[in-house]
Design a protein around this ligand. Structure first.
Ligand code: TYD
Length: 407
């Protein structure tokens, strides 16, 4: 049976990757919960019609974001600076002194608070309990998912919006078309929609296969985004690469009939992206298998004489650990600063999660960096890194080269 694209509804979705069965990437659990843990197939497809890369049969949101989901305010210092710059740039581009700014997936209101300080009239949509934190700090936030229905309710009473922001949100949404219909509905005629998400060609380029997990339902490129927006009466006017999440793209969007010329950046991007065609995608499975094999051999070799820990109980780590076929057990524990995760076990592999202070008590200096997207911040701030001769282990050789060069 032909697979259907969940973006354009065409019947030319081609599966190119199968990562086997995975537990919920963020399903950190207690020992009592081990026996009821569930596993789901993780497969990725490419739409030959609209170029959208997407999960095949994604897990429904009510299973993914259940009451045990670790909603955290996960912002790091680097991310705060990043949000500051984004708020500045968006307000500047809107050309208004007090623009109305809505954020979709506004979390604890970090970005909105920055925008408010700069004079914007802000409002957030956030389905998780972090919405309460935002409201407590005076950032008006509706605790709900943003979709067409939410947009219709909002616009019934509220004005059109000058700036809509969504960072690392669209790649997570189940019904992308529904969200875009809502955005189109509330965006002022001269408004700007800006969003950023991990950039698919960067994921392939770094062989960052750990970015592929249940919550990341869409893997955007400039080409697929242009086609998606076009179907919704919207137009991409610029795309700017960002270092966040190991490589993201920031997309600036207007209504299709907005009279601004498209950015000259876009054609160059499309030429660059044409090398990530189906033929290239079909090689990806083998590349991943080669990286996993290499990591297994590395862990096996080191664990013969040394102890190994993991740094950062990320969703990404769940993918890596569950591909290692038993070798993940050579990792003693994973440190993480998130209180909710400490004392629990990693999904599927059941490696204990402990506070970072554990590393000071033990004589461990081989550490697999699962939070590699924060490498720069960790290398700068972690005193341990300066005190000890840490031998970092990376799950992909390309990430290793890149991150160690930055150090
Ligand atoms: P995140 O970047 O959100 O990755 P993912 O989306 O794959 O879950 O998570 C980073 C995790 O790493 C988070 O649980 C906090 C932890 N962390 C540390 O333990 N120490 C650090 O210095 C940093 C920056 C993060």
């Amino acid at each position: 049976m032909a697979l259907r694209c969940r973006a354009c509804n065409g019947s030319n979705l081609i599966q190119f990757l199968d990562l086997g069965k995975m537990p919920l990437a963020n399903g950190f659990l207690t020992e009592e919960e081990f026996e009821n843990e569930k596993f789901y197939p993780l497969k990725v497809g490419y739409c030959a019609d609209c170029e959208m890369v997407q999960l095949i049969n994604p897990i429904p949101p009510e299973i993914l974001f259940n009451e045990k989901y670790p909603f955290v305010t996960g912002s790091s210092k680097h991310m705060e600076v990043h949000f500051d710059e984004l708020a500045d740039e968006a307000i500047h581009l809107s050309n208004k002194r007090a623009p109305r700014l809505v954020e979709i997936g506004s979390n604890d209101g970090t970005l909105l608070a920055r925008a408010k300080d700069r004079g914007a009239r802000v409002f957030g949509f956030e389905p998780s309990r972090t919405a309460d934190i935002a409201n407590e700090r005076g950032i008006r936030t509706l605790r709900t998912n943003f979709d067409m229905l939410a947009a219709r309710n909002y616009i019934r009473h509220g004005p059109f919006i000058d700036i809509i922001v969504a960072t690392n949100t669209l790649c997570h949404v189940h019904d992308l078309n529904n969200v875009l219909l809502g955005i189109k509905m509330i965006l002022a005629h001269d408004g700007i929609f800006v969003f950023e998400d991990p950039y698919w060609p960067d994921i392939i380029e770094l062989c960052a296969y750990d970015q592929i997990y249940d919550e990341h339902k869409w893997y955007f490129s400039v080409s697929s985004v242009m086609k998606l927006l076009d179907r919704h009466g919207l137009r991409l006017i610029a795309a700017h690469a960002q270092p966040t999440h190991g490589g993201s793209m920031r997309y600036w969007v207007r209504h299709k009939n907005w009279n601004e010329e498209p950015s000259i950046l876009l054609p160059t991007r499309q030429i660059y992206e044409s090398q990530y065609d189906l033929e290239r995608l079909l090689d990806f499975q083998q590349e991943i298998e080669a990286e996993v094999k290499n990591l297994k051999a590395t862990l096996q070799y080191i664990s013969e004489g040394h102890r190994i820990a993991g740094y950062g109980a990320t969703s990404k780590s769940t993918v890596i650990l569950n591909l290692l076929g038993g070798e993940e057990q050579s990792i003693d524990y994973i440190t993480d600063t998130t209180l909710f995760k400490q004392g629990k076990f990693s999904p599927g592999a059941h490696i204990p999660i402990v506070p970072p202070s554990q590393l000071r008590q033990d004589d461990i200096n081989h550490i697999i960096l699962f939070a590699w997207n924060h490498a720069q911040e960790i290398f700068e701030n972690e005193q341990l890194v300066r005190e000890r001769n840490i031998q970092w282990i990376f799950h992909s050789r390309k990430i290793k080269d890149e991150k160690l060069l930055q150090q």
